[in-house]
Design a protein around this ligand. Sequence first.
Ligand SMILES: Cc1ncc(COP(=O)(O)O)c(C=O)c1O
Length: 401
Amino acid sequence: MSLPTFPSSSASATPIPRVFKPRRMGPGDVVRPTRAEISLANLRHNLQKLRRRSSAPVWCVLKADGYGHGAKACARTLERAGAAGICVALLEEGIELREAGVTLPILVMGGYYGNAYGELLDNELTPVIYDAGQLEQLASEVNYRGLPPANVHLKLDTGMGRLGATPAELQSLVDVLRLRPELKLQGLMTHFACADTSLESIAEQLRLFDELTTKLRAQGCVADLRHAANTAALLNAPDSHLDLVRPGVGIFGVEPNVGSAPELRPVMRVVSTVIAVRELSAGQSVGYGATWTAQRPSRIATIPMGYADGLARSNSNRGHVLVRGKRVPIAGTVSMDLTTIDVTEIPDVRVGDEVTVLGSQSGPLGQDTITAREVAEIEGTIPWEVLTDVSRRVPRFYREA
Ligand SMILES: Cc1ncc(COP(=O)(O)O)c(C=O)c1O
């Protein structure tokens, strides 16, 4: 078997694609009844609600496969529903959306392009750049291809301390922009470090962003699109909306601060089914490490979902799921592919019963919801990670409702 080679972008016209993407399971690939249901209606609903809260157009952040929801289907839906643009982290993510037929502007925010500026231009993706060397590389590729000036957005570090030109580095970017007619400065962006916790820190970062913008303008570098706001800033700080907003998690129905946008609706439900039921006597234990022992005669059901699917091991003996509309505890250690739940309180539970791991369920015993925030608290993380953790083995089923 010969391995694919990775030619440089300006090398001979080779048909070998350079960007390879791992494929996620599709509904037709799987036998196992574990799945994620994505409500496109709720996705559209959230976009409309966020558009109403924003004074600027909404560019939806669909990095990490649309926060685990499937970027292609989400992008197509949001494009039709009135999104003004899409933001992704990786070049590969942008290419995937172009191949899916998305025609909206796509901003690649991750700032890493290797030597793939050719692919960036071929796919009409707009790069976020923070370094003079990257600007030079992009300009050379535009020149080599004889293309019209390429749009770029500069990222300015106003306090995140992660990516972005620092005030001291700004002049080197200005020097390249002024010398290279192949580049058009379309945007200036920054990112907030504490948008969900501190209005003061938003104000301070905005102040510095304004200051840097003024300095750039004085040197002839004027951008039409200035942007900074993620979901929390969109909801908490109207001053931060500028020329466009970049919500991610809010599009998927998660409030960054509880109560800040109760009108948003969760987009993902994760469900499985009971595949085995057993009766245990008091004293019998369950699972790896025998961490759960029946205190009374108990009924244990097994679901075909484990930590390799995104149900983190930290849920062992702590998390809950819903069966027949009622909350039941996870009993024992979550395994890689299987999880055991204590269904002693569910009288006639059977193989085939639906089990909701994330989202709402109604049934004969009631109605309840497991939120991404609740799971995040158990796992010691944030709702963003709960959503992106739902793994490639779990097929996404898209529902219009
Ligand atoms: C640069 C940038 N903008 C916007 C977002 C969207 O953030 P959120 O999901 O909190 O709305 C992110 C996500 O981390 C980001 O990295």
